[in-house]
Design a protein around this ligand. Structure first.
Ligand SMILES: [Zn+2]
Length: 686
């Protein structure tokens, strides 16, 4: 591992923050914290922290000794000076004399001693930093160190490798007791350059930011070099099917099995989003004949439990063309996982006097022999975090097994971390959005109604895929929506294009729960004289386009087995023909019937089919020029033309989007048409 310290960058950081009144030491603390945070072999998603002991003026201007320590909610890779809130050091140090300290009191005392009462909560490892004398203290969960110490004889291996340069602390859960123990170990080895925490991570010390950082690099490098010596080959591969099923077919089956029916709301389910990863190392790991042993041994460092749970779900290798067998096996493996998790909770909650509240029993990592692994989460962001940690765990366990045998902390220790209130606080609280965990596909997504609908569904918590024949326009809209929104090229008049687009979505998120079939275009012609070719082209897009998208979505929904919503943008033309609009109205009328057919055929599968009939929306179908010419032809102002309805109000794309959102959450409604036209009695459904 190379040091990434660059003098010029360090000085530039000092100069930049100096202009804002930040001192040299704190600026360099920010600089090296970022260096650590940007290396995934050292720090991943909150798995580390740093501190600085300094003198600073309090709010009233008196100089006091403080500990500037990483605040929760800050990412080390992008930390800024306010991400290292200053806490009065003496009151923290005085706590070392106590026999015990509750978590609640610890948090209260830390907050009460912040120089700035508006600052974020200091790290859960604050006291450990405070009790150590070094000015700069760096802490990471470096994978190489974990491979070395996540062993039955990890303490001896570390002692042998570091040869008294590092103090060695036995495993204790983070918090007050660990802080005291670490301080005691340091007191008995005062020349140590840092501490190794058995089955947890590494601390290094320095008088300067550079010294603490470069010691971290040196100590981790020593571990890396040790891992290269006396390696045995891991892992012997199991027998795999000749041809493995494609990812797009595997995702929906895994996703459906890793969901949970809501017992309180019929038709509702708790769903997760998937993030797939594969590599040579991952395949070697998941294909191993003994994957059932080493993958189930526990977490590589305690704070992973929050994001990955303690064990991944292992499913059988999916043979191509045998999806029914695979689904049966995955459902049974996932059911066993949920049962085992509930039993684990019950067992350990009893030990804790029954005060804990169970988290959902769904896996957060799934290993698929022959393919790779999935991270799972309530959002794409959380799924990616789980996948990153799972990947780091695969690397750590692989190296651990190559030099010995991977061993984690005990089940009770894992439970205490998973259900530690201070860890749970990292996930944040607050009500979830109504479509959290759901995937929505919108066709014709680059148009006015499509974009407005994608935006509304994303705001309600869904992950959205914007499908459009104009891929670059869809990309612009996806970027505007932000988050994990994706754009996929899709021509709904072409079966191959539709199949490929839905496969892309299933690969990206693991499945589909909501389809908004919106792509369409208007053709005109007096029906007795119109060229048949025009009528056929309109049917291709305005009827078959909907059928192709709905069929592709239904196949995925059936594989998931958690129901879904098929939502169609029909038109008032379907029930109220306008002069010369036959080529547009006829296929739309057929699509209205299609909605009812899907409602009838797939109601038993929990798949709802509903339509929105909208009229006179400014869009690609009704451009500003068309509005100008039509209103002129009728002798109306544009405003009167656009609001020529019972309410006298112009209807917007956002109004239509809200109707689709309503249908996405209306679990007891199917075969319904919602009219969004400001009131047009001739187009009323009857
Ligand atoms: Zn830690």
């Amino acid at each position: 591992m190379q040091s990434r310290w660059v003098d010029a960058d360090a000085e530039a950081t000092v100069a930049r923050y100096g202009r804002e009144g930040v001192g040299r030491d704190l600026a360099l603390r920010v600089y090296t914290t970022r260096l650590l945070g940007r290396d995934p072999k050292l720090v991943l998603h909150g798995g580390g922290n740093t501190s600085l002991k300094a003198r600073m003026p309090d709010l009233l201007g008196s100089e006091v000794d403080v500990l500037c320590v990483k605040g929760s909610g800050w990412d080390m890779a992008n930390i800024e000076p306010p991400g290292l809130p200053a806490v009065r050091l003496e009151p923290l140090r005085a706590l070392r004399a106590r026999e015990a300290l509750s978590d609640e009191d610890m948090v209260r005392i830390q907050r009460a001693n912040l120089l700035d009462p508006m600052a974020p909560n200091p790290s859960v490892e604050t006291l450990l930093h405070a009790f150590l004398p070094a000015r700069f203290v760096d802490h990471t969960h470096a994978t190489a160190v974990l491979s070395l110490v996540d062993q039955p004889d990890g303490v001896a291996l570390a002692a042998d490798l570091y040869n008294a340069r590092m103090g060695i602390v036995p495993y204790i859960m983070p918090g007050f007791a660990l802080a005291k123990k670490a301080a005691d170990v340091f007191a008995s080895t005062p020349d140590a350059e840092g501490l190794i925490l058995h089955k947890h991570g590494i601390f290094t010390f320095g008088e300067t930011a550079r010294e603490a950082y470069e010691r971290m690099i040196e100590m981790v490098t020593l571990a890396e070099e040790r891992l290269k010596r006396n390696r045995k080959t891991v892992f012997a591969s199991t027998q795999l099917p000749q041809r493995v099923a494609p990812l797009a077919a595997v995702g929906p089956i895994v996703r459906g099995a890793c969901s949970l029916r809501n017992d309180k709301v019929e038709g509702d389910a708790r769903r997760l989003i998937l993030e797939f990863r594969t590599s040579e190392t991952i395949l070697n790991f998941v294909n191993g004949a003994e994957v059932g042993r080493y993958s189930q041994a526990g977490v590589v460092t305690p704070d992973h439990t929050l994001r990955t749970k303690n064990w991944p779900l292992v499913v059988p290798a999916p043979a191509d063309g045998k999806s029914a067998d695979f689904k049966r096996d995955v459902v049974s493996a996932a059911t066993a996982f949920k049962d085992a998790y509930r039993a684990y909770f019950a067992r350990n909650n009893t030990r804790c006097n029954g005060i804990k509240k169970a988290l959902d029993p769904l896996p957060r990592v799934v290993l698929v022999p022959g393919l790779g692994l999935y991270g799972l989460g309530r959002s794409k962001k959380d799924a990616k975090i789980a996948a990153d940690l799972a990947q780091a765990a695969v690397e750590t366990i692989t190296d651990a097994e190559a030099i010995g045998r991977f061993e984690s902390i005990t089940e009770a220790d894992m439970f205490d971390c998973e259900y530690w209130s201070l860890e749970q606080a990292k996930l944040g609280s607050g009500a979830e959005k109504p479509l959290a965990g759901q995937v929505a596909v919108i066709t014709g997504a680059a148009g006015a109604i499509g974009t407005a609908t994608a935006k509304a569904l994303a705001a309600a918590g869904a992950e959205v895929a914007l499908l459009d024949v104009n891929e670059s326009a869809a990309q612009d809209k996806a970027k505007m929506i932000g988050g994990a929104a994706i754009a996929v090229r899709c021509d709904v008049t072409d079966q191959a294009s539709v199949s490929a687009a839905f496969a892309d979505v299933a690969e990206a998120f693991g499945g589909v729960d909501i389809l908004v079939s919106n792509a369409g275009a208007a053709w005109q012609g007096r029906i007795g004289e119109v060229d048949e070719e025009i009528l056929r082209r309109s049917f291709e897009l305005n009827f078959y386009g909907h059928q192709r998208a709905a069929q592709a979505a239904v196949q995925i929904m059936l594989a998931q087995g958690t129901g879904g919503a098929l939502l169609f943008n029909v038109s008032k033309q379907a029930v109220n023909p306008g002069p010369n609009f036959g080529p547009y109205g006829l296929p739309k009328a057929t699509t209205l019937f299609l909605v009812r057919q899907y409602a009838v055929d797939y109601g038993p599968d929990g798949i709802r089919a509903n339509a929105v009939n909208a009229d006179r929306i400014r869009s690609g179908l009704l451009t500003d020029e068309m509005i100008a010419s039509r209103s002129r032809a009728r002798g109306l102002s544009e405003r009167d033309y656009m609001s020529g309805n019972l309410l006298g109000r112009e209807v917007t794309a956002d109004d239509v989007a809200q109707a689709f959102l309503h249908h996405a959450v209306a679990l007891k409604t199917t075969g319904d048409v919602t009219t969004v036209d400001g009131g047009n009695i001739a187009a009323a459904m009857r």
